[in-house]
Design a binder for this molecule. Structure first.
Ligand code: B12
Length: 231
């Protein structure tokens, strides 16, 4: 239909959150693109999507057995959760495009290989923190009051201007150092600099020619792993 100007449907944060939960996300938060000003160059939403105004973060929970049942393969659960959260992001991006805006989904795993390490386009846990979904603890993981650290994230970048959620203010760690002491390679020893390489070199193992994740103690040992409501 040449010459026809496509009208936009008005979308709000509530509408987008409904899209997210209908698409299978357990939790949805919204951050402004501007809240990434302190992220490093190349890792801001605007580096990947010109005109980005809002970042929608979608979280899907791991089942508790991922941490408690030694017969459950953590990596299989992780892969299934990743498929689910990526599908939710794709769905939300599609709906936003149908409403007349631009949108681009960011998957839950890394993309580029930089300095010997997989890198995502943006840091999803920082995005989740900006979007009020929880707080990053000494274990370097985003912890939510209801779901603990069992959340796995994806995101949608959009040029729609959506009201951001407020950051949460709770502290979860205080003088607890359980995760720091539990890490077999000391990756959490310096609170200001997570030792990615030490962690990455340790946490995989090869079994029957397949990569498996053998260590997630930083997740498992946290007293708030299942949330903060007295579990
Ligand atoms: C590469 C990667 C790893 C690497 C390196 C981890 C790391 N911390 O960078 C290794 C292999 C070690 C790893 C291990 C694990 N990972 Co990992 N990993 C990723 C991945 C794919 C990319 C991370 C990345 O490139 N970030 C971008 C860079 C620039 O961020 P950064 O280096 O952390 O940034 C530093 C600064 O630049 C700055 N910064 C960067 N961006 C921003 C933005 C703002 C607003 C601010 C203020 C600051 C800031 O802060 C950081 C240091 O101070 C993410 C998915 C994703 N896209 O986020 C998952 C992710 C971080 N991993 C996750 C998980 C669960 C794990 C493991 C438990 C194993 C597993 N896969 O189950 C362990 C836990 C290790 C730990 N305690 O942190 C989850 C975390 C979920 C949560 N609840 O927090 C993520 C978010 C995947 C997901 N889709 O949910 N991971």
């Amino acid at each position: 239909m040449r010459g026809m100007v496509r009208t936009k449907n008005e979308i709000t944060s509530d509408i987008v959150k409904r899209y997210g939960s209908e698409a299978g996300a357990d939790i949805v938060g919204i951050a402004s693109s501007a809240s990434f000003d302190s992220a490093p160059d190349g890792f801001r939403p605007s580096d990947h999507f010109e005109g980005c105004l809002s970042v929608i973060i979608l979280g899907v929970t791991f089942p508790e057995e991922a941490l408690t049942d030694d017969t459950a393969e953590y990596i299989d659960i992780r892969n299934a959760v990743n498929v689910k959260v990526n599908a939710a992001a794709k769905d939300v991006a599609k709906q936003i495009k149908n409403d007349g805006y631009k949108a681009k989904e960011i998957g839950g795993m890394g993309g580029k290989y930089i300095d010997g390490m997989t890198r995502g386009p943006i840091s999803l846990k920082h995005a989740a923190e900006q979007a009020g979904l929880g707080t990053i603890g000494k274990n370097c993981l985003l912890t939510n009051s209801e779901y603990g650290n069992l959340l796995w994230f994806s995101a949608v970048l959009t040029d729609a201007s959506l009201a951001p959620d407020e950051k949460v203010r709770y502290n979860i760690c205080y003088d607890c150092d359980i995760c720091v002491k539990a890490c077999p390679v000391g990756a959490l020893n310096d609170i200001n600099a997570f030792r990615k390489k030490e962690c990455a070199d340790h946490y995989f193992k090869m079994v029957d020619k397949k990569w498996k994740i053998k260590c997630f103690l930083c997740r498992k040992m946290c007293p708030h792993r299942f949330g903060m409501k007295g579990k």
